[in-house]
Design a protein around this ligand. Structure first.
Ligand code: PMP
Length: 367
């Protein structure tokens, strides 16, 4: 058995220790005589798994008591719709910072459903190479919340500060953040946010699960015409078990949270490792003649590192040789081309070292 180094943007690498534990518990979960996949979500065994996962996530992110944690489904894409349904009940307009492809999808869905959505700031003029500064964010008079994408998974562009959504009348509105590709990469001040949501398939666990962290008072702002399962209040009151949840993904997420707490030593330790991994790879790119990354240094993503080769004709051999060397999924997103190395929590430092060695060797031979 060989596990290659996997740089996929998502579904992404999972910690080997987590997969081994899941394997060991697969057929007979801790003496219960069945797999977690086969359990009723209402059983005492499963409820214990679900509660432990939430408790560990709360501990990792130091989530304040006035926030609810929801384990739901439909991908982060469903949250593009669920957020306006949940927050526009008392009127007003959704405001957005546009930093690239994922923010634009959120904006498009909000417009599709409710017609109006304001782009309060955009990185488009910079070619999405820098995140708008706080002073550039101009909310509408009727803004009801500000939505940002913490980390643009395709563009490799990340916020280096926590923005505030302040209307022209001085009122601060809740900050809503798509953290799909950066949650758990380091510590977070949850109290700065109204809603945080993240698809699981990067730093949380397998696909099929979405984590939503929502401040209590925002549960009262929902539109009445909302699909039942979109409702944060409904999900919170039902313990995220209004219908059958993604039980196995939730269990796996719990194992990842335990791994972060006990094997890694918490999010400050995880952040230090992630900072080191990203710094090395960007240094290798900047120091080469063949590879380049255009993002302003302060806004370079630690999770997704896109880069292009100076000669496009080398793309195919680069990818083929990388794969032969056991370095998987380095192809950039189909919409932008080039390469992308995703360095999520479960991608070990040794993977980054191997990638850097491969890139240097390739450049020496072909560059
Ligand atoms: N937002 C971001 C930042 C993402 O990276 C992704 C997926 N790559 C999505 C939203 C959409 O997630 P999903 O496929 O879970 O709907």
């Amino acid at each position: 058995m060989t596990r290659h180094f996997n740089f996929c943007a998502g579904p992404a690498a999972l910690p080997t220790a987590v997969l081994e534990r899941a394997r060991d518990e697969m057929l007979d979960y801790r003496g219960h005589g069945l797999s977690v996949m086969e359990m009723s979500h209402r059983s005492a065994e499963y409820v214990a798994i679900a509660e432990k996962a939430e408790a560990d996530l709360r501990e990792l992110l130091a989530i304040p008591a006035n926030y609810r944690v929801l384990f739901t489904q439909g991908g982060a894409t469903q949250q593009f719709a669920a957020v306006p349904f949940n927050l526009l009940g008392s009127g007003g307009t959704a405001n957005f910072v546009d930093t690239g492809i994922w923010s634009r999808k959120a904006i498009a869905e909000s417009r599709h459903l409710f017609g109006d959505a304001r782009v309060a700031a955009s990185s488009e003029a910079s070619g999405n190479t820098r995140v708008p500064q706080q002073g550039e964010i101009e909310l509408s008079h009727d803004a009801s919340y500000l939505h940002v994408t913490a980390n643009e998974t395709i563009g490799g562009l990340a916020f280096d500060y926590t923005p505030r959504g302040v209307r022209p009348d001085g009122v601060e509105v809740p900050l809503v953040c798509d953290m799909s590709s950066s949650i758990l990469s380091g510590p977070l001040d949850v109290s700065r946010y109204g809603v945080i949501y993240a698809g699981a398939q990067k730093n949380i666990g397998p696909a099929g699960l979405v984590v939503v962290i929502v401040r209590d008072d925002l549960l009262e702002r929902a539109r009445p015409d909302m699909p039942t399962l979109f409702g944060y209040k409904t999900l919170a009151e039902g313990g995220s078990m209004v219908n059958t949840p993604a039980t196995y993904s939730w269990y796996l997420a719990g194992l990842v949270f335990e791994w972060l707490r006990h094997d890694i030593g918490g999010l400050p330790a995880m952040e230090a490792i992630n900072a080191r991994k990203a710094a090395k790879l960007y240094a290798a790119i900047d120091g080469s003649e063949l590879y380049s990354n255009p993002i302003a240094p302060a806004n370079r993503s630690r999770m997704n590192v896109p880069f292009v080769l100076a000669d496009e004709r080398l793309d195919k051999p680069f990818l083929a040789e990388a794969e032969q060397a056991g370095l998987l999924n380095l192809k950039g997103h189909r919409s932008v081309g080039g390469m992308r190395a995703s360095l999520y929590n479960a991608v070990p430092e040794a993977a980054v070292d191997a990638l850097i060695d491969f890139m240097a060797d390739f450049e020496n031979r072909k560059g």
